[in-house]
Every structure is written in C-alpha cells, then in structure tokens.
Design a protein around this ligand. Sequence first.
Ligand code: GLP
Length: 239
Amino acid sequence: MEVRVFDDADALGRFAAEQVIEAIKTSPDAVIGLATGSSPLPLYAAWAELAREQSLDQSRVRGFALDEYAGIDPEHPESYHTVITKTVVEPVGLSPELVLVPAADATTEAAAEYEAAIVEAGGVDVQILGIGRNGHLGFNEPGSPLDSRTRKIELTAETITDNARFFASSADVPTHAITQGLGTIMDARKLVIVAVGEAKAAAVAAAINGPITEALPASVAQRHPNVVYVLDRAAASQL
Ligand code: GLP
C-alpha cells in the first residue's frame, strides 16, 4: 500500500488524476470507477485540466459510478446520476453513453445487470474512492460483508446526517441506496482512495493501520495489491 500526503489541494488532485491518466494512456478503452462526494473533486478538476493540456483521446473511456440513492429521480439535482454528469462527465469530457450509474430502482435485477456490465467492460482499471467518516466505501456501511456485491442497502443515521447538507433537510435524504459491494470494489485493478480534512483522520488511520473488519469497511483495502491513499495533512494527522 502506498500513502501519499500533500500540502495543497492542487498537488493532491494532480497526483490522483495522474493515476487515472496513466490508465487511459495505457489503454484508450480504460474503465474508470467514479465516486461522488467532495473528496475526489480536486482529482476531477486536475483530470479535466491534464486531459485538455495533453489532448488526450477519451472518446472510448468507460466509467462506472459506485452508487446511487434508491428511489431518487435521476434528474434530481442531488442524484448521483446528475452529480457524476456535472462533476466528471462534462468537465472531463467523457462520452455520456459510456458512463453508467446504478439504477435508482435498486432492484436485485438492476444490481446483477450492473455487475454484469462491469465484467463485460473488462473490469475496472482504476477505482476512485472517497471514504466516509464511518469508514464506508461507496455506500457500504459498517457491517457490510467484505465480499459483498452490488445491492440495495439501508443508510446509517450518520450518513444521512452527513449527506443532509445536499438536501433541504435530513428528512429529504433517501433512506436507502444501491451500491457496488466491497467485493466489487476490490475486483478493480487499482484503488485510488482520496481523503481530505480532519473529519476523515480517524477513519483513514483505522483503515490503514487497524484490523481488517466489517466494522470499518475501508480496512478491506489492506488486502488489495495495488492501492494508493492520497491524503492532505489533516486527513493524515492520525497516522
Ligand atoms: C457519500 C458517498 C461516498 C463518499 C462519501 C464521502 O456517502 N456515497 O462514496 O465517499 O459520501 O463524501 P465526501 O468526500 O464529501 O466526504
């Protein structure tokens, strides 16, 4: 496992974006796993800039989002369908039809189809990840089986509180979501885990140095042969 710590957001974003750019340069059909949240925003900004500077051909790059709120209208401004479109697909210049987000109906069939689509694409080359304060990856809350696959889950009260800032009130935050499983995430050939800010310091330290446990879902990444943590000083402060 590699841990990189940066003083400023630009350098952090640039380093993280380079992991993605490298995969696209290696294969124009690269498959990138996309995450929502504020953590990967410096990565997406740098990816957009580097791709422009280098006139990178990204027309065949495919993307798979980690998760989506269950029952949300995909056109809702806070659906992950909308968020991935606005924060990644448009600024980076990906082909919208090659970027999939799990279906908000969150049925067992939709989950199985999503898994099959990832396999059919050849698997994920680089999976971008944020980490929740409770150590979740995607929406794999504490207690998620370490070998779990894409499925519908119930959000914890903590996650609903954390994500209430995007909605009018916590009562408007969907109570369930569909998420790639920890097993699905671990199948990616490389994991890039981005964490920024003091609020993530405890989860980051436990994920990197603590026991591998369902209680801290990100700890499963210790078993991955190719993972890089990209942190700012505050997120690294408890290491
Ligand atoms: C949500 C997403 C996660 C993300 C987390 C942290 O719960 N489902 O994929 O990692 O938020 O978000 P942020 O980066 O804004 O702290």
